[in-house]
Design a protein around this ligand. Structure first.
Ligand code: ZN
Length: 400
């Protein structure tokens, strides 16, 4: 679609402008002009320029589209029975990942593609305009490469997670599996991936294996992210900091040394929020919800000056939700975040976790990725949990 589009009569516009008034850069009675898929102008509605088309927001709130920086969408089958067993008292260990690996290997490309398309659509309808997609349920050279190839049809931010778990056929020789991941699997996956990730956890990959795999990925130009400190305390967060990871994800069990290490990655800037940490702590409250586990302490991280992102961790085992509004509500209710902090973390925070400056904000030059709420304020996302409040989504300036 060509031509200009004016989103007019916005009651509350969340821009996340770094130099804007308040944490979210909120403007009242605003308008926003879209040209060529980008935000071309933002200002008071009374000063709005002429445009080819116009959307009347009706004094509703308009926010940047959510940036979901952690999702596992390429898989087959579901694990509803495992969820039911967990809710009946069985603990979560991560071992169920192998169930999904078996189903994924047996699925056709079209079956995998249909699942990604369905979940991508589901997320978009809930306001998510950017979503990172990981591999990690193939765990063979061919299955990891095709998972990433399919992921790349739906996202620019694809992540090679060949080191999700050690697959059953390598159970008694994990060193050999690490060799496979760093060798032929990485070679096949890298052309389709922007990032590399490792599940660094007891029962998955220890710190030496994780460091070796992430270093191999870095050597071929992939950015680093780490699944860290989800099930218990461990070295994952500090490994991520050591390697300059864009994000360490989960961060449920942190020591003071972990928090200090994250805070020490702070990069100061002249902007209103005073800078950010080069390594973002990405919190995934859907996983704690779905495994009935204690939530991470976002307040502790924020008070230490650590940049926090919120993401869904959408996957069939431990967090089968694609809903960023649900994660925002959980973060406010269960993780001691304010509504403004949670909305920022789910938009600009996710962009920081993906090291992107073109999304997560509504400032001139950014992508025109936005949502119009059926509500007057961003507060309603947490204040009215479970209610479908996303009235309309624009992706690259195009109404969805
Ligand atoms: Zn994950």
């Amino acid at each position: 679609m060509t031509g200009s589009l004016l989103v007019d009569n916005i009651g509350e516009l969340v821009t996340n402008a770094p130099d804007g008034p308040g944490a979210l850069g909120v403007r009242r009675n605003a308008a926003l002009l879209v040209e060529d898929g980008l935000v071309a102008w933002v200002g008071p509605a009374r000063d709005a320029p002429a445009a080819d088309r116009r959307i009347d927001a009706g004094q509703a709130a308009v926010l940047p589209g959510f940036v979901d920086s952690h999702a596992h969408l390429v898989f087959a089958g579901d694990r509803a029975a495992e969820f039911a067993a967990r809710m009946a008292g069985e603990p979560y260990t991560g071992g169920g990942i192998r169930t999904t690996v078996g189903a994924t290997r047996a699925a056709s490309d079209d079956e995998l593609r249909d699942t990604v398309r369905r979940l991508r659509g589901e997320a978009l309808r809930q306001g998510t305009t950017t979503i990172e997609i990981k591999s990690g349920y193939g765990l063979t050279v061919a299955d990891e490469a095709r998972s990433l190839r399919i992921a790349g049809e739906f996202s620019e931010d694809t992540t090679f997670l060949g080191a999700h778990v050690v697959p059953g056929e390598y159970a008694d020789r994990p060193d050999d599996y690490v060799g496979l991941v760093c060798g032929p699997m990485l070679a096949a996956a890298a052309p389709y991936a922007r990032w590399i990730d490792v599940f660094c956890e007891r029962g998955a990959f220890d710190v030496d294996h994780a460091r070796a795999i992430l270093a191999c990925g870095q050597a071929v130009g992939l950015g680093v992210r780490v699944h860290a400190n989800q099930l218990g305390p461990g070295p994952g967060v500090r490994l991520g900091v050591e390697l300059g990871a864009a994000s360490v994800d989960h961060c449920t069990h942190l020591t003071d040394a972990d928090v200090d290490a994250l805070a020490a990655t702070r990069v100061d800037c002249m902007c209103a929020e005073g800078g950010h940490t080069a390594t973002v702590a990405t919190l995934l409250p859907g996983a704690e919800f779905s495994t009935r586990s204690p939530y991470p302490d976002a307040r502790r991280l924020l008070d230490a000056g650590v940049t926090v992102a919120l993401a869904t961790d959408c996957n069939p085992g431990s967090s089968y939700t694609s809903s960023m509004p649900f994660c925002v509500a959980l973060a406010v209710r269960e993780m001691r975040m304010t509504p403004a902090e949670a909305v920022w973390a789910a938009t600009a925070g996710g962009a920081a976790a993906l090291r992107r400056t073109d999304v997560g904000r509504l400032t001139p030059g950014a992508r025109a990725d936005l949502m119009i709420l059926d509500a007057p304020s961003h507060l309603h996302l947490a204040y009215r949990p479970g209610v479908p409040l996303i009235r309309q989504v624009l992706h690259n300036g195009v109404p969805q």
